[in-house]
Design a protein around this ligand. Structure first.
Ligand code: NAP
Length: 219
């Protein structure tokens, strides 16, 4: 693998994926809304001003990448807010759809010309988008928006199969980042697992859903 692009690379799982890919000698285009000091000190090519919830993001990505080929696209950027049936803030739910569901679609559409036979699109989703795993309810916007991006990932896998572009739908585990208030496994362990799933990709696996720890997951 020569070049990867990661969204939401300024912190959390995206930052650690950036570090680990750079450690393997991969050229990383690290996109973010605003760069962090931690990202700035890496050797990544930092592209700031990339808000995946913005319809104009396509133009910015095309401008930043030009015609350079991409071997790996990691749709990682995401948000989590908490809604219950008693506190159903529809604007917050819409915002999660914009970022978690439509964001990966916007980014993928913009970068399709840069992907080639053998390229892989990884979508960092959540087990909370799984119907089979939903045993506790609530979290309307997050669960629905992650289920929607899972559906998008499966459609992409069908649409891009003939072009030889694969799609993996990946749950990073419960990871200690700002999103979880620091609870969970380390970003190092999670990113290491995500990259192991990417390494293990083969065309028959396109459109499938995996835990970073190696377990296939139910929809
Ligand atoms: N942590 C977990 O336990 C866990 C579990 C399951 C799935 N996930 C998924 O893993 C991914 C990474 O999460 P994380 O744990 O690393 O969370 P995090 O530390 O909160 O990082 C989220 C990243 O997404 C970026 N982001 C948010 N809104 C954005 C937007 N509109 N445009 C571009 N970037 C945006 C953030 O950038 P800013 O700094 O600009 O906000 C940040 O870089 C997410 O998709 C999340 O849903 C995480």
């Amino acid at each position: 693998m020569k070049r990867a692009l990661i969204t939401g690379a300024n912190r959390g799982i995206g930052l650690e994926l950036t570090r680990q890919l750079l450690g393997r000698g991969v050229a990383v285009v690290a996109t973010c809304r605003s760069a962090s000091p931690e990202l700035e000190v890496t050797d990544a090519e930092v592209v700031s001003g990339i808000d995946v919830g913005d319809d104009g993001v396509d133009r910015k990505l095309v401008h930043a990448l030009g015609d350079r080929p991409l071997d790996l696209l990691v749709n990682n950027a995401g948000i989590l807010t908490r809604e219950s049936i008693e506190d159903l803030d529809l604007d917050r739910i819409r915002r999660q759809f914009e970022i978690n569901s439509l964001g990966p679609l916007r980014v993928t559409r913009a970068l399709l010309p840069n992907l080639h036979r053998g390229s892989l699109i990884a979508i960092v989703t959540s087990l909370m988008g799984s119907m089979a795993d939903n045993s506790s309810g609530g979290r309307y916007g997050y669960r629905m928006s992650k289920a929607a991006v899972n559906a998008a990932g499966v459609s992409l896998s069908h649409d891009l199969r003939e072009r030889g572009i694969g799609v993996l739908i990946l749950h990073p585990g419960m990871v200690a980042t700002e999103m979880t208030g620091g609870r969970g496994i380390s970003v190092e362990q999670s990113a290491n697992g995500l990259l192991a799933r990417i390494d293990a990709f083969r065309p028959q696996r396109t459109g499938t859903f995996w835990h970073a720890d190696g377990r296939p997951l139910p929809w």
